[in-house]
Design a protein around this ligand. Structure first.
Ligand SMILES: [Mg+2]
Length: 221
């Protein structure tokens, strides 16, 4: 069984919630459960999913402001629906005691064509009845369909590492190593980069989900 001993039901709507020390809850992703088994939790987040992300009350994002301006501003979790791609997400079961972990996202064009993989480096997730809570580690990988890859958001990762609020310098080494481990798997075309689910199609009955009640509750840890 998964941590917490709880499995989600296929078709259930759950939220993936990203927390950080400075701002608390920063991102809420509304997803449909595809399956939840030994391979991990597989989630579908189509265009139109009614996600939320933290902004200032007048709608500006972290990247658009200086750190001082951001810290001084009043913030809200504004609706921020998925716009460009449908996304299939795999959250593999994490080893006990792991800190550096990951999810893998399959990006699809609106017409269903596979567009590439995204590796989100993150903490193992804590589950609750309708969701999963995790710490996002900023650093990500983009893997093209030809399996060439590049880092994303290295600068944010280095800044956050220096600040030391969410992970230590030592943990940062492990987080980057986790990213490299996935990059090597991509280069070798090993699962999950072996073509699995690149032709995924969701249940045609599924509507784009909205976060269930309780999406703004305190973190599960
Ligand atoms: Mg990330």
């Amino acid at each position: 069984m998964t941590a917490g001993g709880r499995r989600f039901a296929p078709g259930q709507v759950v939220v993936r919630r990203y927390f950080r020390a400075r701002n608390g809850l920063i991102i809420v992703q509304a997803c449909r459960v595809v399956s939840d088994d030994e391979r991990g939790l597989l989630l579908w987040m189509p265009v139109g999913s009614r996600n939320r992300r933290i902004t200032t009350v007048d709608g500006r994002r972290y990247e658009q402001l200086s750190r001082a301006e951001w810290d001084a501003a009043d913030k809200v979790l504004a609706e921020h629906p998925t716009r460009r791609h449908h996304i299939l997400m795999l959250m593999p079961p994490a080893p006990v005691g792991a800190v550096a972990w990951h999810s893998v996202f399959w990006f699809f064009e609106p017409d269903g064509a596979f567009a590439g993989w995204y590796v989100n480096l993150e903490s193992p997730a804590a589950r609750w009845s309708d969701g999963l809570d995790l710490v996002d580690y900023d650093l990500d990988l983009w893997v093209s369909p030809d399996r060439s890859w590049r880092w994303k958001d290295e600068e944010d990762f280095e800044t956050a590492t220096r600040e030391g609020l969410d992970w230590s310098g030592e943990q940062a080494v492990d987080i980057r190593a986790e990213g490299m481990r996935l990059a090597k798997r991509a280069e070798a075309a090993e699962f999950p980069f072996d073509g699995t689910w690149c032709d995924f199609r969701p249940d045609p009955q599924w509507q784009a989900p909205a976060p269930p009640p309780g999406w703004d509750r305190p973190p599960a840890w």
